[in-house]
Structure formats: structure tokens, C-alpha cells
Design a protein around this ligand. Structure first.
Ligand code: AMP
Length: 545
């Protein structure tokens, strides 16, 4: 028997409409490239989105067209999220930190019909214009006074001019909730970047799922600052989740250094923020060096790479709770988040920190499987390791124009490429990327745990562990360290530091001190590049214990 309930489509447009109607005066604060703060609210943003949606049609864009953005977190980028998707087009957020040739590849592969860019990225576009088969219309996200001159891109359009010329109001189409609203390419550490095409339905369901207390715990009392860029998996869904509950939004623009973030947190009363570990390490170090503290920050969501326990401790000491989360571009991104259960409340502090360093429990809507090399399910006992598969309404079912990629070989499941353990309570711990585990004497050594331990050493600023070929064991872990200024540590001292924390045979017996480590465009350690440098003899001399 069919139920008799309304079939109202889940559309992203309805999120902003709701925010405008019931939280119209709630602020959206953006840091502009010149450092000044821009203030608007949900009511005004909704009005401007309607004008922008009208303007998109007026300059020839049609439903289904991809509209690229090259922009930092700011109010105009937020307007594009809603206007483009709501008008039936696809908002394609492009990561400007990718290599220029990757940016050109992505624009071509997506077939972007228009590009909306911050003034600071006009130079990037000029540099790749020759590589593009067809140069899309380019709109610079600024007002007339801020328009840059460009001899290579003579027909630049001005964002504020478009909005001003557009009529008030827009007849928002009633779209199918399964229509695409946004597109984001993976960072492409292996092979070309791959496009993940999100639907209105997946974006709304993901936003609803992350607001709940055991995930992001967002409300109309929250002040939310997504430090994770809006070009990286829709800033983890926060531009949808915050308006859904009427939270104030603080968008930090391009200034992501410790001093700038601290100033915004304190001055705007930020209660909640989210980003990758490297950003937080910079903030914590800046605060320590400048004798600063935090006054209203309640929660920091950390993901994208493993959050080291030492970071959880440092935030706790400042009065903020860390919520560790795991996700991928393909999973919208949130798959698991770490908050304690009632039975963990009275555990000793050290044990609580240990638990919260795991990546977390699955959100309702995300199903997990863990399989061995033969596709057999592995027990969820917190010890056995396996390859993680996921499924759910906000998990990709294929890549844009590449639906049959190997990651979709298990019918109905997406293979994440992460090696994990899952304990009896459902807490997932990421051991490594499948391609990065060290295989020593037939056993697997996960690099993340070894990196986390090294990071707790007072001399260590950053750590990476990669496999080093070994005649006897096949592979052994090589520890690469970036040290704090003026600090020094030997391989023997590090080995002693590991003693008792991991089994003896897992302790790295070789170490290299480097000035810096290579990162991907989304701030992850680039292990493939480190291994390549090791093979090519490009690393400083290896020290042994
Ligand atoms: P991306 O699609 O660029 O966001 O990358 C997704 C990958 O980042 C995952 O498959 C993991 O390997 C890694 N990742 C994300 N969150 C975490 C985390 N909390 N801990 C460890 N690795 C993570």
C-alpha cells in the first residue's frame, strides 16, 4: 500500500528560503581579501540570490549547465551555492590550490559554461587560458571599483553589475530532488581528479544529518566559522547546515593564519569551527607563542587527515571540545563523527582522549562494511583491519563522466581506499590509506598511529611515515620529521619515545629530518610524492637507530 504523505522535494533552495523567513536578521560575516569585514544577513542573501539566479539566465546559462567557482569562503560564494543550484544549474567549486594544469583539466572535463572568480584568481585563469579548448564567460566576484584589468581576458564581467541589473525576485523552479546541484573534484593524488556530482536530495539529507547533537550540534544559537574551504566538498556541508538551523555564519576569506582566525573567533563570538589539522596546529602554536586563549569557542570539528591526540588535549585545555570526523569528497563528506556515548562519561581523561582520537561512529544514513583482500567481511572487534566500504543517500554512486571507476566495483557500495578497524561500539579508526600502509614481514603497520605518537614529542612540528624497501622485511617504516625551530632529536631518542606505545617491531628504525613535507591541495600529506623523493634520493641522509 502506498503511503499518503506529501512528496515535497528536498531542495537546497528551501534551506535558504527557510533561513530568510525565520532567521532573516541572522548575520553572515565575511572577511574580504583586504582584511575588512562585510556584513549581511539571511534575508538580504536570499534577495540577492534571487537576482543572481535571474542574472544567470539572462546571460545565457541554462538548466544543467555547470558554473565553476574559484573563490574563498565569502558571502558571494554562498550566494552562488544557492542561486546556481536553485536555478537548476550545477555549482562546480574548483580548488585553486591544485596545479594549474589540473585546474584546466577540471574546467574542461566539467565543461563549465561560466566561471565566477575572486579577483585574486584572475591571474590563475590568465595562466591557463591557452589550455582551455573554450574559454567560458568569466565573472569577477567584486564590485566595479574592485575590477582588475586583464589584457588576456578582455571580457571580464562584474558580479555586482550583474546583480544590480537583474530584476528583483525569481521564479524558483520546482526541481526534481535527484537533480544535480553541485560538483566537486577529488584532489587527484592518484590519477586525474574525479568529479563527484551531488544532488539537492543528498545535500539536504547530509545537512540534516550533521546538525544533530552527536555530530556537529548546530543550532540557532551557534556561530559557525567554516575554515574548511567552500571549494573542498562544500565546506563539509556547513553552508547548508548553518542556514538550515539559523546559525550565524562567519566566512574567513583567504586569511587562514593563526592570528587572523583567532581575531575572528574572538571578535565574532565563534562557538563552532571546522577544518583540517594543519590549520589548527598553526592556530594553537600562534596562540601559545602570543600568550592568547579562547573565550567562547565550544567545538572544533577536525577531519580530512587524522587528528593527533595532542591536538585534542591542547583544545581541551582551552575549553573547546574536538569532534573528530572522517569523510571524503565522495561521501559529501561526513561518514563518521566522534562523540562519546553515555558509558564513556566517567572514563579517566586519558582514556577519553584516546577514544576521541578515533575517527568516530557512523551517522544515521551511512552504512559501513569492512572487507579483507578477498572481499570477505572482517569482524568489528576494534583490532581486525580491513578495507572500508560505505553506502548511503549521500555517498557517490559513480564519478561524473566516469561511472564505472574501480571504486564502484562492489555493487551498491563505494570502496573508500582506507584501511580501518571498527570496534564493537561502531567507532572507526583509520589505520592508513590502502596504498600507504607499510607491509613489514607480512604484517601491516599503519602510518597514522606512528605519526600521532611522533607529534606528541616536544621537538616535532610535523611527522610522516612511509614505507622504505627493506631486504629482510620487505618494507620498514621510515619516519620523516619537521622539527620546531632550534630543536634537535636523534633516531635513538625517537625510538625510545615510541617504546611501550606500539609493539617493538612497529617502531621506525630509520628517520629523516626535513625542512618541510609535501602536501596535497587539500592539506594532506602527499605520501606518494615522499616515496618518490625517497626512491630518487631527493631526501636528506637517512639516520638509523
Ligand atoms: P578527500 O576526498 O580529499 O576529502 O580525501 C578523503 C580521504 O582523506 C579519506 O579517504 C581518508 O584517507 C582521509 N581522511 C579524511 N578524514 C580523515 C581522518 N579524520 N583521519 C584520517 N584520514 C582522513
Amino acid at each position: 500500500m502506498r503511503a499518503m504523505m506529501m512528496d515535497v522535494p528536498l531542495l537546497t533552495t528551501s534551506i535558504l528560503r527557510h533561513a530568510a523567513e525565520y532567521h532573516g536578521d541572522t548575520e553572515i560575516v565575511s572577511r574580504l581579501p583586504d582584511g575588512a569585514l562585510h556584513r549581511t544577513n539571511y534575508a538580504e542573501t536570499w534577495e540577492r540570490c534571487a537576482r543572481l539566479a535571474g542574472a544567470l539566465g539572462a546571460f545565457g546559462l541554462a538548466p544543467g549547465d555547470r558554473v565553476g567557482t574559484l573563490a574563498w569562503n565569502g558571502h558571494r560564494h554562498l550566494e552562488l551555492y544557492y542561486a546556481v543550484g536553485g536555478a537548476g544549474m550545477v555549482c562546480h567549486t574548483i580548488n585553486p590550490r591544485l596545479f594549474p594544469e589540473q585546474v584546466a583539466y577540471i574546467i574542461g572535463h566539467a565543461g563549465d559554461a561560466a566561471l565566477f572568480v575572486d579577483p585574486c584568481f584572475v591571474g590563475l585563469l590568465e595562466g591557463i587560458a591557452d589550455r582551455l579548448e573554450q574559454l567560458p564567460s568569466v565573472v569577477v566576484m567584486t564590485d566595479r571599483a574592485g575590477m582588475p584589468a586583464s589584457s588576456r581576458l578582455p571580457d571580464l564581467l562584474c558580479y555586482e553589475d550583474l546583480i544590480e541589473a537583474a530584476p528583483k525576485g525569481f521564479d524558483w523552479p520546482e526541481l526534481d530532488e535527484r537533480d544535480a546541484c553541485s560538483l566537486c573534484y577529488t584532489s587527484g593524488t592518484t590519477g586525474e581528479p574525479k568529479g563527484v556530482l551531488y544532488s539537492h536530495r543528498s545535500s539536504v539529507l547530509h545537512a540534516m544529518a550533521v546538525c544533530v547533537p552527536d555530530v556537529f550540534a548546530l543550532s540557532a544559537r551557534s556561530v559557525v566559522m567554516p575554515v574548511v574551504p567552500m571549494f573542498h566538498v562544500n565546506a563539509w556541508g556547513l553552508p547548508y547546515a548553518a542556514p538550515m538551523v539559523g546559525a550565524k555564519l562567519v566566512l574567513p576569506g583567504p586569511k587562514l593564519d593563526g592570528a587572523s582566525l583567532h581575531a575572528l573567533i574572538e571578535e565574532e563570538g565563534v562557538t563552532y569551527t571546522a577544518g583540517v589539522p594543519t590549520v589548527w596546529m598553526a592556530l594553537l602554536d600562534w596562540m601559545r607563542d602570543n600568550g592568547q586563549s579562547l573565550h567562547g569557542l565550544e567545538r572544533v570539528v577536525i577531519g580530512g587527515s587524522a587528528c593527533p591526540p595532542v591536538m585534542i588535549k591542547r583544545f581541551r585545555a582551552l575549553g573547546a571540545t574536538v569532534v573528530h570526523g572522517w569523510g571524503m569528497t565522495e561521501t559529501s563528506p561526513l561518514g563518521v563523527a566522534n562523540t562519546p556515548k553515555a558509558k564513556h562519561k566517567d572514563l579517566p581523561e586519558e582514556r577519553q582522549i584516546e577514544l576521541s582520537a578515533k575517527q568516530g561512529r557512523p551517522l544515521f544514513g551511512v552504512e559501513l562494511r569492512m572487507v579483507d583482500g578477498h572481499g570477505r567481511d572482517v569482524p568489528h572487534d576494534g583490532t581486525a583491519r580491513g578495507s572500508l566500504l560505505v553506502r548511503g543517500p549521500w555517498i557517490a554512486a559513480g564519478y561524473y563522466r566516469q561511472p564505472d571507476a574501480p571504486a564502484f566495483a562492489h555493487p551498491g557500495w563505494f570502496e573508500t581506499g582506507d584501511v580501518v578497524t571498527i570496534d564493537a561500539d561502531g567507532y572507526v579508526q583509520v589505520v592508513d590509506r590502502t596504498k600507504d600502509v607499510v607491509k613489514s614481514g607480512g604484517e601491516w603497520i599503519g602510518s597514522i598511529e606512528l605519526e600521532n605518537i611522533a607529534l606528541a614529542h616536544p621537538a616535532v612540528r610535523e611527522a610522516a611515515v612511509v614505507a622504505r624497501p627493506d631486504e629482510r622485511w620487505g618494507e620498514r617504516p621510515l619516519l620523516l620529521l619537521v622539527l620546531h625551530d632550534g630543536m634537535f632529536v636523534t633516531c635513538g631518542e625517537m625510538a625510545a619515545f615510541y617504546e611501550g606505545k606500539v609493539p617493538r617491531w612497529c617502531i621506525p628504525d630509520a628517520m629523516v629530518v626535513v625542512q618541510e613535507l609535501p602536501h596535497t591541495a587539500t592539506g594532506k600529506l602527499q605520501k606518494a610524492r615522499i616515496r618518490e623523493m625517497l626512491r630518487a634520493g631527493e631526501l636528506p641522509p637517512v639516520m638509523t637507530a
